[in-house]
Structure formats: structure tokens, C-alpha cells
Design a binder for this molecule. Structure first.
Ligand code: HEC
Ligand code: HEC
Ligand code: HEC
Ligand code: HEC
Ligand code: HEC
Length: 189
């Protein structure tokens, strides 16, 4: 009895378990691809902030909110207090602004979902690009037309290197732009 149970476990159950695990792994691998490669990733945010409205219609400069772009590696996302410069008055009775105000009054940071991310072992620097005149649109697309931010270009090593090696052609609007560096320690430090 015991022996046949063990036999059953080894010959029937184990292969089934392995098979199910393999299928689940493969399915997850392909289904989560958009999120890993990034293109098309557009998570819903905790407050329905629209770039189309603020950066498009109202033409607020990107740098007013993403203050790090000319001075540091990271662009940074604005604190709620920046929003409240306007929203203590503007549309303060709307549900999304009431939500926003609650975060402000409780002194909590908004848990914005990160859209673009290179892995920690790779180094990226906004100011190095932006101060050379490379515009946000080259990497992030037409954000001023988006209600919900979505990733439009790949940030794989191949994509970074493609621009670095062909910068004079890709960025032909910037006279005198040189190729970006392609030695490993530029991005792996
Ligand atoms: C009024 C402030 C404000 C302005 C102006 C603004 N942004 Fe943003 N931006 C935000 C906030 C808040 C978030 C986080 C929520 C979200 O993703 O929508 C964000 C997110 C982003 C992201 C995604 C960040 C991530 O997680 O990867 C990008 C890219 C971006 N903004 C680019 C731009 C560009 C380009 C412009 C100008 C055309 C711009 N922003 C103008 C406030 C602003
Ligand atoms: C320079 C002023 C200004 C800043 C800064 C600003 N907003 Fe606004 N926002 C407005 C105005 C004005 C409107 C209304 C525009 C309209 O409806 O025509 C608005 C509309 C909105 C709405 C839509 C409200 C509704 O339902 O009608 C949301 C949500 C919002 N803002 C969130 C934010 C967040 C989050 C931030 C900070 C990251 C922010 N805003 C920063 C001026 C601003
Ligand atoms: C050369 C390509 C490139 C350009 C140009 C660029 N970005 Fe980015 N951006 C990235 C990459 C790559 C990331 C992810 C960085 C990371 O994970 O460290 C990112 C991330 C962000 C984020 C998320 C928060 C952060 O601090 O990393 C925001 C916001 C953002 N960019 C806004 C902007 C704005 C605004 C501009 C124009 C002024 C701009 N970016 C120009 C490639 C670019
Ligand atoms: C649209 C073109 C473009 C894209 C896309 C791009 N780069 Fe660059 N990058 C450049 C150019 C051009 C330079 C050289 C700027 C100069 O001449 O100073 C550069 C410079 C750099 C530097 C050097 C900064 C320093 O300290 O000198 C780093 C690091 C870098 N890029 C990382 C990345 C990474 C990582 C990615 C991909 C996530 C990327 N870049 C995508 C065009 C690009
Ligand atoms: C312009 C920036 C840049 C340069 C230069 C660069 N890399 Fe990368 N590398 C990246 C980024 C961004 C990633 C993460 C995204 C990815 O995996 O494609 C990465 C990922 C990797 C990985 C992990 C691959 C994987 O599939 O997970 C290895 C290994 C690597 N790089 C080695 C190198 C070597 C070796 C060199 C020099 C010959 C080099 N890189 C030059 C930006 C760069």
C-alpha cells in the first residue's frame, strides 16, 4: 500500500506538479512582459492627475514640477505642496482634489506608482541629457498629450546604446551633438 502510494506520487503527481508550475511560469513570463520591458505600462495613479490638462492645456513647464531634471540624476516627482499652490483654490470641491487635500493635511506623500525604471545595477542621469538639450519627448514621448502617463520607449541596454551610437542622426535637431559614451562604466558603475 505504502509503496504504491509513493509510486503514484512519483509517477503521476510529481510530473503534474512540475507541468503546472512550468505552464504558470511561462504564462507569467509572457503576461508580465509589458511591465518588464516597460513599453505600454500605464498604471492607474492614486489621484487622477492629468499631464494633458496641466502640461498641455495649461502649459505648465515640465521643469516646474520635475525640478531635478537639470541638476541631478533623477527627475523627481513633485510634493503635494506644489499641487496645493493652486489647489487650495482651484477645483477644491472636486472629489480628486478632496483626496489630494487629505494627503496634504495628513502630511502624507502621494504613493504615485513608478512608470519608468531602469534596474538598480544600471545608472541613468537626467541632467547629463537634458542639459545637452535632449528633450523629454525623445525618451518619454508626448507626455503633454497624456491623461495617464504611459511608457512609450524601451529603456533596455540596446535602446540606450542605439541612441548613444547614432546620436548625431537621431538628434539631428541639436547641432554639434556628439555620440554618447558606450564604454561599460558609463552606465555600470
Ligand atoms: C503640475 C506638475 C507637473 C507638470 C507640469 C508635469 N508633471 Fe510629469 N508628473 C507629475 C506627477 C504628479 C507625476 C506622478 C503621477 C503620474 O505619473 O501621472 C508625474 C509623472 C511623470 C512621468 C512618469 C514618472 C515615472 O514614474 O516614471 C513622466 C515621464 C513625466 N511626468 C514627464 C513630464 C513631462 C515631459 C512634462 C512636461 C511636458 C511634465 N511631466 C509636466 C507632475 C507634473
Ligand atoms: C499652476 C496651478 C496648478 C498646479 C501647480 C496644479 N494644478 Fe491641478 N488643476 C489646476 C486647475 C486650474 C485645474 C482645473 C482646470 C480645468 O478644469 O480647466 C486643475 C485640475 C486638476 C484636477 C482635476 C480636478 C477635477 O476633477 O476637475 C486634478 C485631479 C488635479 N488638478 C491634480 C493636481 C495635482 C495632483 C497636482 C500636483 C502634482 C496639481 N494638480 C497641480 C491648477 C493646478
Ligand atoms: C535620454 C532619455 C531621457 C530623457 C531625455 C528624459 N528622461 Fe525621464 N527618464 C528616463 C529614464 C531612463 C528614466 C528611469 C530612470 C531610473 O529608473 O533611474 C526616467 C524617469 C523619469 C521620471 C521618474 C522619476 C525619476 O526621478 O526618475 C520622471 C518624472 C521623468 N523621467 C521626467 C522627465 C522629464 C520632465 C524630462 C525632460 C525635462 C525627462 N524625463 C527627460 C529617460 C529620459
Ligand atoms: C535620445 C538619445 C539618448 C538616449 C535614448 C539615451 N542617451 Fe544617454 N546620452 C546621450 C548623449 C548624446 C550623451 C552625451 C551627452 C554629452 O555630450 O554630454 C549621453 C550621455 C549619457 C551618460 C553620461 C553622463 C555623464 O556622466 O557624462 C550616461 C550615464 C547615459 N547617457 C546613460 C544612458 C542610459 C542608461 C540610457 C538608457 C536608459 C540612455 N543614456 C539613453 C543620448 C541618449
Ligand atoms: C548607455 C548605457 C549602457 C552602457 C554603455 C552599457 N550598458 Fe549594460 N545595461 C544598460 C541598461 C540600462 C541595462 C538594463 C536594461 C537591460 O537589461 O537591457 C543593462 C544591462 C546589462 C546587463 C544585464 C543584461 C540582462 O539581460 O539582464 C549586462 C550583463 C550588461 N548590461 C553589461 C554591459 C557591458 C559588458 C557593457 C560594456 C560593453 C555595457 N553593459 C554597457 C545600460 C548600458
Amino acid at each position: 500500500m505504502k509503496k504504491s502510494l509513493l509510486d503514484y506520487t512519483l509517477r503521476i503527481r510529481l510530473p503534474i506538479v512540475v507541468f503546472v508550475a512550468a505552464v504558470a511560469f511561462i504564462a507569467t513570463y509572457f503576461l508580465s512582459r509589458a511591465e518588464r520591458d516597460g513599453v505600454g505600462y500605464a498604471p492607474l495613479q492614486p489621484v487622477a492627475f492629468s499631464h494633458k490638462l496641466h502640461a498641455g492645456t495649461m502649459q505648465i513647464d515640465c521643469k516646474n514640477c520635475h525640478t531635478g531634471v537639470t541638476s541631478s540624476p533623477s527627475a523627481s516627482v513633485p510634493a503635494v505642496s506644489i499641487c496645493m499652490n493652486c489647489h487650495t483654490v482651484a477645483r477644491k470641491n472636486r472629489p480628486e482634489i478632496i483626496k489630494l487635500t487629505k494627503y496634504y493635511e495628513e502630511g502624507l506623500a502621494l504613493p504615485w506608482k513608478r512608470v519608468h525604471k531602469v534596474p538598480d545595477f544600471a545608472y541613468f542621469n537626467h541632467s547629463a541629457h537634458v542639459n545637452r538639450g535632449i528633450d523629454c519627448v525623445n525618451c518619454h514621448g508626448q507626455v503633454q498629450g497624456m491623461d495617464v502617463v504611459s511608457q512609450v520607449s524601451e529603456f533596455t541596454m540596446a535602446a540606450c546604446l542605439n541612441c548613444h551610437r547614432n546620436a548625431p542622426e537621431i538628434l539631428s535637431n541639436l547641432p554639434g551633438i556628439k555620440k554618447g559614451p558606450d564604454y561599460c562604466s558609463t552606465c555600470h558603475r
